[in-house]
Design a protein around this ligand. Structure first.
Ligand code: HEC
Length: 165
């Protein structure tokens, strides 16, 4: 018991000494560090502005709730035999063009999703705006345990003109 106390005191003194020494050549290091941190912050703000995943997620969830939830469910699990899941499927996290085509123009071909075929038809959503489509597809690519890069409105425009609505 006694020895333990002594050891702890010695250890604490050691830490105290280390800290004092670290502070001595302190000012410069602190300055450099804070400069580095602020540069990092600017870079990540720029990346965020370009991708804006949080914005996609908030807006995308609204579109999902209004237009997709009924069939694909709030947890993206779908309904067995009727509507496929959006959780971990290659259509959701894979090729962006294929995903956009399904969401914009619907699908009734009996897609094989994770080993099963579903009997309902997926309606077309081309009447939704480019931002809404970008937001909802980005939302499903980053919900239900999915993690894939988001989709921009420009990518939606590109698919629309490729298909020539
Ligand atoms: C009326 C029910 C219904 C609604 C509403 C609906 N879907 Fe679907 N969805 C389906 C069905 C059924 C399929 C399978 C179609 C097929 O077999 O060709 C499907 C397939 C999909 C697929 C590809 C397969 C997969 O599971 O990965 C994606 C992605 C998808 N839907 C996303 C959406 C999104 C996003 C919305 C909302 C904008 C939406 N769906 C609204 C029924 C629906």
């Amino acid at each position: 018991m006694h020895t333990l106390k002594k050891r702890t005191t010695v250890l604490l003194m050691g830490i105290g000494l280390g800290l004092t020494m670290a502070c001595k050549d302190g000012e410069n290091t602190v300055k450099e560090n804070s400069e580095e941190i602020s540069t990092q912050a600017t870079v990540s703000q720029e990346i965020e502005a370009a991708i804006d995943l949080p914005g996609h997620m908030v807006e995308g969830e609204k579109v999902y709730t209004q237009h997709c939830l009924l069939c694909h469910q709030s947890n993206g699990a779908g309904v067995p035999g009727l509507n496929p899941p959006l959780k971990g499927t290659e259509y959701v996290v894979g090729d962006k063009d294929r995903l956009l085509e399904i969401v914009l123009y619907g699908s009734n071909v009996g897609l094989l999703v994770n080993g099963s075929v579903y009997s309902n038809a997926m309606p077309a959503f081309k009447m939704l705006g480019d931002e809404d489509i970008a937001n909802v597809t980005s939302y499903i690519r980053n919900s239900f345990g999915n993690a894939a890069d988001p989709i921009t409105a420009d990518e939606v425009v590109a698919i629309r003109s490729k298909i020539k609505e």
